[in-house]
Design a protein around this ligand. Structure first.
Ligand SMILES: Nc1nc2c(ncn2[C@@H]2O[C@H](COP(=O)(O)OP(=O)(O)OP(=O)(O)O)[C@@H](O)[C@H]2O)c(=O)[nH]1
Ligand SMILES: [Mg+2]
Length: 303
Protein backbone atom coordinates (compact mmCIF):
# COMPACT_ATOMS: atom_id res chain seq x y z
CA UNK A 1 0.00 0.00 0.00
CA UNK A 2 2.81 2.39 0.88
CA UNK A 3 4.06 2.02 -2.63
CA UNK A 4 0.79 3.05 -4.23
CA UNK A 5 0.50 6.06 -1.93
CA UNK A 6 4.01 7.19 -2.78
CA UNK A 7 3.34 6.82 -6.43
CA UNK A 8 0.14 8.82 -6.38
CA UNK A 9 1.85 11.68 -4.56
CA UNK A 10 4.61 12.01 -7.15
CA UNK A 11 2.63 11.14 -10.22
CA UNK A 12 -0.14 12.95 -12.06
CA UNK A 13 -2.52 11.44 -14.59
CA UNK A 14 -5.75 12.14 -16.42
CA UNK A 15 -7.82 12.05 -19.58
CA UNK A 16 -8.08 14.91 -22.05
CA UNK A 17 -10.52 15.06 -24.99
CA UNK A 18 -9.27 16.75 -28.15
CA UNK A 19 -12.37 18.32 -29.67
CA UNK A 20 -13.09 20.77 -32.45
CA UNK A 21 -14.75 21.35 -35.79
CA UNK A 22 -13.87 18.97 -38.65
CA UNK A 23 -10.46 19.36 -40.29
CA UNK A 24 -8.90 21.69 -37.68
CA UNK A 25 -5.95 19.34 -37.07
CA UNK A 26 -7.02 17.27 -34.03
CA UNK A 27 -5.59 13.99 -35.30
CA UNK A 28 -2.42 15.67 -36.57
CA UNK A 29 -1.96 17.14 -33.09
CA UNK A 30 -2.46 13.77 -31.41
CA UNK A 31 0.15 12.16 -33.66
CA UNK A 32 2.63 14.99 -33.05
CA UNK A 33 2.23 14.76 -29.28
CA UNK A 34 2.56 10.96 -29.30
CA UNK A 35 5.40 10.98 -31.81
CA UNK A 36 3.80 8.20 -33.88
CA UNK A 37 1.02 7.98 -36.42
CA UNK A 38 -1.90 6.39 -34.61
CA UNK A 39 -4.76 8.49 -35.98
CA UNK A 40 -5.30 9.08 -39.68
CA UNK A 41 -5.45 12.60 -41.15
CA UNK A 42 -6.51 14.13 -44.44
CA UNK A 43 -7.31 17.39 -46.17
CA UNK A 44 -10.99 16.44 -46.14
CA UNK A 45 -13.39 16.92 -43.20
CA UNK A 46 -14.92 14.01 -41.23
CA UNK A 47 -11.81 11.86 -41.49
CA UNK A 48 -11.87 10.57 -37.90
CA UNK A 49 -14.94 8.48 -37.05
CA UNK A 50 -13.96 6.82 -33.75
CA UNK A 51 -12.63 7.85 -30.37
CA UNK A 52 -8.92 7.07 -30.41
CA UNK A 53 -6.78 7.26 -27.28
CA UNK A 54 -3.15 8.31 -27.46
CA UNK A 55 -0.98 8.17 -24.37
CA UNK A 56 1.65 10.84 -23.66
CA UNK A 57 4.20 9.53 -21.15
CA UNK A 58 6.03 12.21 -19.16
CA UNK A 59 8.64 11.73 -16.40
CA UNK A 60 6.08 12.27 -13.62
CA UNK A 61 2.79 12.26 -15.44
CA UNK A 62 0.64 10.53 -18.00
CA UNK A 63 -1.92 12.24 -20.20
CA UNK A 64 -4.40 10.08 -22.10
CA UNK A 65 -5.60 12.14 -25.07
CA UNK A 66 -8.82 11.15 -26.81
CA UNK A 67 -8.92 12.11 -30.47
CA UNK A 68 -12.52 12.58 -31.57
CA UNK A 69 -14.49 13.16 -34.78
CA UNK A 70 -15.08 16.77 -35.83
CA UNK A 71 -18.20 18.31 -34.31
CA UNK A 72 -20.60 19.75 -36.89
CA UNK A 73 -24.27 19.95 -37.71
CA UNK A 74 -25.51 17.29 -40.11
CA UNK A 75 -28.59 15.36 -41.07
CA UNK A 76 -26.64 12.32 -42.29
CA UNK A 77 -26.89 9.20 -40.12
CA UNK A 78 -23.15 8.45 -40.12
CA UNK A 79 -22.25 12.06 -39.34
CA UNK A 80 -24.75 12.33 -36.50
CA UNK A 81 -23.34 9.12 -35.11
CA UNK A 82 -19.71 10.34 -35.17
CA UNK A 83 -20.65 13.70 -33.63
CA UNK A 84 -22.26 11.71 -30.79
CA UNK A 85 -18.91 9.98 -30.24
CA UNK A 86 -17.19 13.36 -29.86
CA UNK A 87 -19.87 14.80 -27.59
CA UNK A 88 -19.77 11.72 -25.36
CA UNK A 89 -16.00 11.99 -24.95
CA UNK A 90 -16.41 15.41 -23.31
CA UNK A 91 -18.35 13.95 -20.40
CA UNK A 92 -15.66 11.33 -19.78
CA UNK A 93 -12.54 13.43 -19.26
CA UNK A 94 -10.65 15.62 -16.77
CA UNK A 95 -9.64 18.29 -19.30
CA UNK A 96 -10.94 19.44 -22.67
CA UNK A 97 -8.53 20.56 -25.36
CA UNK A 98 -10.48 22.62 -27.88
CA UNK A 99 -8.70 23.00 -31.19
CA UNK A 100 -9.57 25.69 -33.73
CA UNK A 101 -8.13 26.36 -37.18
CA UNK A 102 -6.71 29.88 -37.32
CA UNK A 103 -6.69 29.79 -41.12
CA UNK A 104 -10.30 28.72 -41.51
CA UNK A 105 -12.76 29.62 -38.74
CA UNK A 106 -15.98 27.60 -38.51
CA UNK A 107 -18.42 29.75 -36.47
CA UNK A 108 -21.34 27.29 -36.72
CA UNK A 109 -19.39 24.31 -35.33
CA UNK A 110 -17.56 26.47 -32.80
CA UNK A 111 -20.84 27.80 -31.39
CA UNK A 112 -22.12 24.23 -31.08
CA UNK A 113 -18.99 23.22 -29.15
CA UNK A 114 -18.95 26.24 -26.83
CA UNK A 115 -22.57 25.50 -26.06
CA UNK A 116 -21.74 21.90 -25.18
CA UNK A 117 -18.71 22.59 -22.97
CA UNK A 118 -20.66 25.30 -21.14
CA UNK A 119 -22.80 22.45 -19.74
CA UNK A 120 -19.78 21.23 -17.75
CA UNK A 121 -19.13 24.16 -15.44
CA UNK A 122 -16.10 22.73 -13.63
CA UNK A 123 -14.38 21.16 -16.61
CA UNK A 124 -11.12 22.97 -17.41
CA UNK A 125 -10.80 23.86 -21.11
CA UNK A 126 -7.61 24.80 -22.93
CA UNK A 127 -7.86 26.44 -26.34
CA UNK A 128 -5.25 25.55 -28.96
CA UNK A 129 -5.24 27.93 -31.92
CA UNK A 130 -3.82 25.65 -34.60
CA UNK A 131 -2.20 26.20 -38.03
CA UNK A 132 -0.49 29.40 -36.92
CA UNK A 133 2.08 28.64 -39.63
CA UNK A 134 -0.58 29.74 -42.13
CA UNK A 135 -1.45 33.15 -40.67
CA UNK A 136 0.27 36.45 -39.88
CA UNK A 137 0.85 37.73 -36.34
CA UNK A 138 -1.76 40.56 -36.33
CA UNK A 139 -4.43 38.06 -37.32
CA UNK A 140 -3.36 35.73 -34.53
CA UNK A 141 -3.51 38.53 -31.95
CA UNK A 142 -7.02 39.36 -33.15
CA UNK A 143 -8.00 35.71 -32.73
CA UNK A 144 -6.61 35.52 -29.21
CA UNK A 145 -8.51 38.65 -28.24
CA UNK A 146 -11.74 37.40 -29.80
CA UNK A 147 -11.51 33.93 -28.26
CA UNK A 148 -10.58 35.15 -24.80
CA UNK A 149 -13.99 36.84 -24.76
CA UNK A 150 -15.85 33.76 -26.02
CA UNK A 151 -15.20 31.47 -23.04
CA UNK A 152 -13.17 31.40 -19.84
CA UNK A 153 -10.37 29.15 -21.08
CA UNK A 154 -7.65 28.06 -18.64
CA UNK A 155 -5.11 28.92 -21.33
CA UNK A 156 -5.03 29.98 -24.97
CA UNK A 157 -2.03 28.56 -26.79
CA UNK A 158 -1.17 29.20 -30.46
CA UNK A 159 0.32 26.07 -32.05
CA UNK A 160 1.17 24.36 -35.30
CA UNK A 161 0.37 20.66 -34.98
CA UNK A 162 1.94 19.98 -38.36
CA UNK A 163 5.23 21.72 -37.61
CA UNK A 164 5.30 20.91 -33.89
CA UNK A 165 5.31 24.58 -32.89
CA UNK A 166 4.50 25.11 -29.18
CA UNK A 167 3.05 21.61 -28.78
CA UNK A 168 5.48 21.07 -25.87
CA UNK A 169 4.09 24.18 -24.18
CA UNK A 170 0.60 22.81 -24.72
CA UNK A 171 1.54 19.52 -23.06
CA UNK A 172 3.05 21.37 -20.05
CA UNK A 173 -0.12 23.42 -19.68
CA UNK A 174 -2.20 20.23 -19.73
CA UNK A 175 0.13 18.59 -17.23
CA UNK A 176 -0.29 21.41 -14.75
CA UNK A 177 -4.06 20.84 -14.76
CA UNK A 178 -3.81 17.13 -13.89
CA UNK A 179 -4.56 15.70 -10.46
CA UNK A 180 -2.38 13.26 -8.56
CA UNK A 181 -2.99 9.65 -9.54
CA UNK A 182 -1.31 6.52 -10.90
CA UNK A 183 -0.76 5.91 -14.63
CA UNK A 184 -3.64 4.36 -16.60
CA UNK A 185 -1.41 2.62 -19.18
CA UNK A 186 1.97 0.86 -18.96
CA UNK A 187 4.95 2.82 -20.30
CA UNK A 188 5.21 0.95 -23.61
CA UNK A 189 1.56 1.51 -24.59
CA UNK A 190 0.76 4.52 -26.79
CA UNK A 191 -2.82 3.75 -27.82
CA UNK A 192 -5.86 1.72 -26.82
CA UNK A 193 -6.56 0.82 -30.44
CA UNK A 194 -5.37 -2.57 -31.72
CA UNK A 195 -2.99 -2.72 -34.69
CA UNK A 196 -5.70 -4.20 -36.87
CA UNK A 197 -7.94 -1.17 -36.31
CA UNK A 198 -5.12 1.24 -37.15
CA UNK A 199 -4.28 -0.86 -40.23
CA UNK A 200 -7.90 -0.56 -41.44
CA UNK A 201 -7.71 3.18 -40.87
CA UNK A 202 -4.49 3.44 -42.87
CA UNK A 203 -6.32 1.89 -45.82
CA UNK A 204 -9.23 4.32 -45.34
CA UNK A 205 -6.76 7.22 -45.17
CA UNK A 206 -5.55 6.40 -48.66
CA UNK A 207 -9.14 6.32 -49.92
CA UNK A 208 -9.46 9.84 -48.47
CA UNK A 209 -6.20 10.90 -50.12
CA UNK A 210 -6.76 9.35 -53.52
CA UNK A 211 -10.49 9.55 -54.28
CA UNK A 212 -12.84 12.49 -54.66
CA UNK A 213 -16.37 13.77 -54.09
CA UNK A 214 -18.61 11.45 -52.07
CA UNK A 215 -16.41 8.34 -52.40
CA UNK A 216 -14.31 8.73 -49.21
CA UNK A 217 -17.45 9.49 -47.19
CA UNK A 218 -19.11 6.35 -48.57
CA UNK A 219 -16.17 4.13 -47.66
CA UNK A 220 -15.56 1.94 -44.64
CA UNK A 221 -12.73 -0.54 -44.18
CA UNK A 222 -12.71 -3.76 -42.18
CA UNK A 223 -9.91 -6.24 -41.58
CA UNK A 224 -10.99 -9.74 -42.61
CA UNK A 225 -7.81 -11.44 -41.43
CA UNK A 226 -4.55 -10.37 -39.81
CA UNK A 227 -1.98 -13.16 -39.52
CA UNK A 228 1.56 -12.90 -38.22
CA UNK A 229 4.41 -15.36 -38.82
CA UNK A 230 5.74 -17.07 -35.72
CA UNK A 231 8.77 -14.73 -35.62
CA UNK A 232 6.66 -11.77 -36.78
CA UNK A 233 8.81 -11.07 -39.81
CA UNK A 234 5.76 -11.11 -42.07
CA UNK A 235 2.18 -9.96 -41.50
CA UNK A 236 -0.54 -11.01 -43.97
CA UNK A 237 -3.58 -8.76 -43.96
CA UNK A 238 -6.84 -9.10 -45.87
CA UNK A 239 -8.92 -5.93 -45.79
CA UNK A 240 -12.35 -5.21 -47.26
CA UNK A 241 -13.24 -1.77 -48.58
CA UNK A 242 -17.01 -1.28 -48.30
CA UNK A 243 -18.74 1.22 -50.56
CA UNK A 244 -22.40 2.08 -51.00
CA UNK A 245 -22.94 1.71 -54.75
CA UNK A 246 -21.61 -0.26 -57.71
CA UNK A 247 -20.33 2.92 -59.37
CA UNK A 248 -18.17 3.59 -56.29
CA UNK A 249 -16.79 0.08 -56.49
CA UNK A 250 -15.63 0.87 -60.01
CA UNK A 251 -13.92 4.07 -58.84
CA UNK A 252 -12.10 2.32 -55.98
CA UNK A 253 -10.86 -0.42 -58.30
CA UNK A 254 -9.90 2.03 -61.06
CA UNK A 255 -8.71 1.32 -64.58
CA UNK A 256 -7.37 -2.23 -64.63
CA UNK A 257 -7.15 -2.12 -60.85
CA UNK A 258 -4.85 0.90 -60.80
CA UNK A 259 -6.66 2.76 -58.00
CA UNK A 260 -6.84 -0.28 -55.74
CA UNK A 261 -3.12 -0.89 -56.32
CA UNK A 262 -2.28 2.72 -55.42
CA UNK A 263 -4.39 2.56 -52.25
CA UNK A 264 -2.83 -0.76 -51.26
CA UNK A 265 0.74 0.31 -51.95
CA UNK A 266 0.53 3.53 -49.92
CA UNK A 267 -1.35 1.89 -47.04
CA UNK A 268 1.07 -1.04 -46.97
CA UNK A 269 4.03 1.32 -46.46
CA UNK A 270 2.35 2.93 -43.42
CA UNK A 271 1.26 -0.42 -41.97
CA UNK A 272 4.78 -1.81 -42.37
CA UNK A 273 6.19 1.13 -40.46
CA UNK A 274 3.66 0.57 -37.68
CA UNK A 275 4.11 -3.19 -37.26
CA UNK A 276 7.85 -3.15 -37.96
CA UNK A 277 7.61 -6.14 -40.28
CA UNK A 278 7.04 -6.91 -43.93
CA UNK A 279 3.36 -6.68 -44.81
CA UNK A 280 1.38 -8.45 -47.51
CA UNK A 281 -1.84 -6.51 -47.95
CA UNK A 282 -4.71 -7.87 -50.00
CA UNK A 283 -7.67 -5.58 -50.65
CA UNK A 284 -11.22 -6.49 -51.66
CA UNK A 285 -14.05 -4.14 -52.57
CA UNK A 286 -17.60 -4.90 -51.47
CA UNK A 287 -20.88 -3.08 -51.99
CA UNK A 288 -22.95 -2.70 -48.84
CA UNK A 289 -25.91 -0.73 -50.16
CA UNK A 290 -26.35 2.63 -48.37
CA UNK A 291 -24.38 1.44 -45.33
CA UNK A 292 -23.83 4.98 -44.04
CA UNK A 293 -27.58 5.50 -43.68
CA UNK A 294 -28.44 2.30 -41.80
CA UNK A 295 -27.89 1.82 -38.09
CA UNK A 296 -27.32 -1.91 -38.49
CA UNK A 297 -24.72 -1.52 -41.23
CA UNK A 298 -22.97 1.19 -39.23
CA UNK A 299 -22.63 -1.16 -36.25
CA UNK A 300 -21.42 -3.96 -38.49
CA UNK A 301 -18.69 -1.73 -39.91
CA UNK A 302 -17.51 -0.52 -36.50
CA UNK A 303 -19.40 2.76 -35.98
N1 LIG B 1 -0.55 24.16 -42.31
C1 LIG B 1 -1.00 23.36 -41.35
N2 LIG B 1 -1.81 22.32 -41.65
C2 LIG B 1 -2.23 21.53 -40.64
C3 LIG B 1 -1.85 21.76 -39.29
N3 LIG B 1 -2.44 20.80 -38.54
C4 LIG B 1 -3.14 20.02 -39.38
N4 LIG B 1 -3.03 20.46 -40.64
C5 LIG B 1 -3.66 19.89 -41.85
O1 LIG B 1 -5.07 20.02 -41.74
C6 LIG B 1 -5.72 18.91 -42.36
C7 LIG B 1 -6.67 18.27 -41.37
O2 LIG B 1 -5.93 17.63 -40.36
P1 LIG B 1 -6.55 16.49 -39.45
O3 LIG B 1 -5.57 16.22 -38.37
O4 LIG B 1 -7.01 15.36 -40.29
O5 LIG B 1 -7.82 17.25 -38.87
P2 LIG B 1 -8.95 16.70 -37.86
O6 LIG B 1 -9.33 17.85 -37.00
O7 LIG B 1 -8.49 15.47 -37.18
O8 LIG B 1 -10.13 16.39 -38.88
P3 LIG B 1 -11.43 15.42 -38.68
O9 LIG B 1 -10.95 14.10 -38.20
O10 LIG B 1 -12.00 15.34 -40.06
O11 LIG B 1 -12.34 16.13 -37.72
C8 LIG B 1 -4.61 17.98 -42.84
O12 LIG B 1 -4.37 18.23 -44.21
C9 LIG B 1 -3.41 18.40 -42.00
O13 LIG B 1 -2.16 18.16 -42.61
C10 LIG B 1 -0.97 22.85 -39.01
O14 LIG B 1 -0.57 23.12 -37.88
N5 LIG B 1 -0.59 23.61 -40.08
MG1 LIG C 1 -9.28 13.59 -37.18
Amino acid sequence: MANINNQSKDFKSGFAAIIGAPNVGKSTLLNTMIGEKISITSQKPQTTRNRIAGVVHLPNAQIVFLDTPGIHKSKKTLNKQIVEVAMAAISDVDIVLLVIDASNPNPASEALIINKISEYKNLPVILAINKVDLIKKPKLLKFIDQWSKAYSFKEIIPISALEGIQTDILISAMQSLLSFGPPYFPEDIITDMPERFIASEMVREQVFNLTKQEVPFSTAVTIESFKEDADRKLVRIHAAIHVEHNSQKGIIIGKQGSMLRAIGEAARRDIQRMVGAKVLLKLFVRVEKNWSKKARSLRKLGY
